[in-house]
Design a protein. Structure first.
Length: 349
């Protein structure tokens, strides 16, 4: 009898909690767009030179350069020249990257890795917690949420929730985002719609894709202004691919277990990353008739490697200096372009 009462009480609590959650769930206004806004065109890819350096209709906040680099990283060749003009215009590409990263509107630098954006509009509910369920926006349940922009068009402003320990602020999890709308400036109520526009940038994340995930971490570090982490992850995004290029080349004719172990030992104790970057990657590219990475870019990647060594060995930069904004932008741009060029080499070998 006692067990039966406890079960009934639990069921009653569950029903009550579910009603609360249902009441918090926001419904999207279908009078406004509620859809994927894919920044990459559905048509075949055309590289900058073959489109006469003209902007595409999707070039919102400089998105074209990220589409060009995404295509390079993933061996999507230009439908006209069957290559990618970035390969022969590396210096100009780096300059363009720096300009767009400096702007980085809506953190669109994530487009480098093929991020997607969904938009929608809801009416906020006053004096209670509101829940945005990403599935209601058409975002896959297994998506990694990269960025959320909330733009109110009323007297209310959405506030993020936190625990009693203020170090921990509630993030997007369990396929939803929660907030509390408040009238921060005592504005007059305009209407009952309490409109809120939502833009969510997301990515289908693969735990095993370390080549892209290191760069994703570096992008996060840049946006969150974590310079030491930016240096470490930006360098890691380059070092890992460089090592894999050398390994793939050297085991071509020696792929036995003993041969593979010999190559691994050589790349760890003999030809370490500095030698790989300064010499081997160029020799491998020449031997396979592949585009060589510009010496200027190699030099910049080597400077990043030295910054990484300062952090790893001393815990700080030389002379205890801090990175400038331009230095942080250049580090990210070098990581993006350098890793993309090397990933192209790796995929082509």
């Amino acid at each position: 009898m006692k067990i039966k009462i406890n079960e009934d009480k639990k069921q009653e609590i569950d029903i009550k909690n579910q009603k609360i959650l249902n009441n918090r769930r926001l419904v999207f206004d279908l009078n406004y767009p509620n859809e994927l806004t894919d920044m990459f065109p559905n048509s075949s890819y055309v590289c900058p030179k073959c489109r006469n350096y003209q902007s595409t209709p999707k070039n919102i906040f400089g998105a074209d350069i990220f589409h060009d680099i995404y295509s390079l990283r993933n061996n999507i060749n230009c439908s006209t020249c069957k290559s990618n003009s970035i390969l022969i215009e590396q210096e100009n590409t780096l300059k363009q990257l720096l300009q767009i990263i400096n702007m980085n509107a809506f953190n669109n630098v994530y487009l480098t890795l093929g991020s997607k954006t969904n938009i929608g509009t809801v009416s906020m509910k006053e004096n209670q917690v509101n829940d945005i369920y990403f599935e209601d926006m058409g975002i896959p349940a297994n998506a990694k949420i990269l960025d959320i922009h909330l733009t109110p068009s009323c007297h209310l402003f959405p506030l993020k929730l936190m625990s009693n320990n203020t170090r921990f602020v509630q993030e997007a999890r369990d396929n939803k985002f929660s907030f509390f709308p408040a009238n921060l400036n005592n504005q007059e109520k305009i209407n009952d719609k309490n409109g809120l526009s939502i833009m969510v940038q997301w990515l289908l994340y693969d735990d095993n894709n370390t080549l892209d995930n290191n760069l994703l971490d570096a992008i996060d570090n840049f946006i969150d202004n974590k310079p030491y982490e930016l240096i470490m992850n930006a360098n890691r995004s380059l070092e890992l691919i460089c090592n894999q290029i050398c390994y793939k080349e050297f085991v071509k004719n020696n792929d036995s277990s003993k041969g593979k172990k010999s190559v691994e030992d050589f790349l760890v104790t003999g030809a370490t990353y500095g030698h790989q970057l300064s010499h081997l990657i160029t020799l491998i590219s020449k031997a396979n008739n592949l585009t060589i990475i510009d010496k200027t870019l190699i030099t910049k990647m080597n400077l990043l490697r030295k910054l990484r060594n300062d952090i790893a060995h001393r815990g700080k930069l030389k002379d205890n200096r801090e990175l400038t904004k331009n230095e942080k932008m250049e580090i990210l741009a070098i990581a993006i372009l350098g890793s993309s060029l090397m990933k192209h080499i790796l995929n082509t070998l």
